[in-house]
Write a protein that binds this ligand. Sequence first.
Ligand code: M6R
Length: 612
Amino acid sequence: MCGIVGYFGKRKASDILVDGLRRLEYRGYDSAGIACVYDGSIDVVKNPGKIRALRERVQQSPLKSIKNATVGIGHTRWATHGQPNEVNAHPHQDVSGHFAMVHNGIIENYKAIRSGLAKHGIECVSETDSEVLVQLIAFCYKGNLEEAVSEALKQVKGTYGIVVMSDHEPDKLVAARCGSPIVLGLGRNETLVASDASAIMPHTRDAVYLEDFDMAVITADGMEMFDLQRAPVNREVMAMDWDAGAAEKGEYAHFMLKEIYEQPSAIRNAIRGRLDFEMGTAVLSGLDFSPRDAAMINRVLVVGCGTSMHAGMVGEYAIEEMAGILAEVEQAAEFRYRNPIITPSDLVVAISQSGETADTLAAVREAKNKGAVVAGICNVVGSTIARETGRGVYLHAGPEIGVASTKAFTCQVSVMLMMALKIARTRRMPLNDGEVLGRWIERMPELVEKVLEQNDAIKAVAQKYAKCDNAFFIGRGYLFPVALEGALKLKEISYIHAEGYHAAELKHGPIALLQKNTPVIALLNDVPGKDKTLGNAEECKARNAPVIAVVSEGDEKIADEFSDVIVVPDCPPCITPVPTAVALQLLAYHIAAARGCEIDQPRNLAKSVTVE
Ligand code: M6R
């Protein structure tokens, strides 16, 4: 969704801002802009469309601030209130032009604030909720920018991550957060501020994450932090361990393809040091409960959205099967509002790549409020969900830039399997079974490599079906969540209407939609119920729908029955989701590429969904 970058230092601000915005492109946006302050005035350049258009305008700009300033702010906007046009794009300025601000989040009471300002003759020019905030800050200004910001923020309902500047105090940036992330990068003689660490990673590794209701005042003397009452606060400086090169595409045509290929190493990182073969268990230090505490857990409730929820479903199956305790998955967005029953013996696991998804965060807060033990499975270190859950497991998958989640899914499944193993070993799983499962988890990177070797064969199948308008994915057991995930991957990047169904469910309605140009991707690997799924695939074939069969290596009998076959390595049912998902990622990728889609930034989508 929206992205923020701010720079205060000695280098040319406009270059750093535009480069930072380019690094945030993956989050999804539809307009972009920068503002710089120099020699007593602020200049803004902004436009709808891509960063490359903004870069050209910035490079050609005769404006002295844009050419010379060493202080500035930038933004990529993902439209919520008002069309993606130049007026609605950020940075926004107040009527006098002395203040400029970028904002992520939603000001819920913007209409009331706008009417209040109108009574003082202050008229907003954009349709956005954001603009009212900079007008309000200017209205509250009495000679000190941070005071004006804190006064204005006290009147705001909703969420914000903001950076503000004023030509009255050109040697200052003020940042603040409530519900929308802000990270500060501490460099040598410079301070950067962003909504996402990837924008500042090339410049520094030392990061400070603001917490809700924190403000940071950045000047030539460094950075100070306060709460809204202006009492000083201290936040830990964290080292960002991601390599800046990991956020570059390199030789790959798209980030998504790069990230698909990174999966063997990403999974190795996710499981490194976390398997104890001697004890037949997993060592997840972030889940710091003792075997005795683990034995007290009565139910595991997994909350997440999209791909993360699908990984949670695999975890649900694994925990029930291996540990013999009740496990459930719930869409995070539903969890909060239906007043769920939670007891102190429930373990709520929030799963989120970004660690910033608003619905998942809201579910975390609700679960904590109801007294559950809450853990997070996140990829982004220092993200809000990681911090608010307090305990949990990082994926260590490295930055995931493609909007379509790939390596996060397989790493999430790896972590969920290790969590299931850890809980199961405190219950009914014998040591020997624990060791065998650990060995299979350890082999997952190798299984993924085998799937990647079949890229050309999968691409050939993809090209055959690139022109279809609809597709179905069917599976059972551990492969049901993978069917959902395969369909999500295909629809989000290729715009083909794709649905994932439990194989048995197809004949309860969706089968009516089958035609000769509606492929059914049937997940026929060796899991319990395979023969029944085979029967469902035959039913599709009998209705002239082409079937793409995903089968386990060595299962020639099934392979012979279908014209299009994708082979994945044979492995135990709980391991199958990982290699199978990778095959479906490649299928979706090649179909989208053949259709000429913008794979890394699909229309209307955002990488991190920070609004409910
Ligand atoms: O960052 P999160 O894992 O919380 O994100 C959840 C979903 O928004 C995300 O998985 C989304 O469904 C992806 N675009 C799927 O590829």
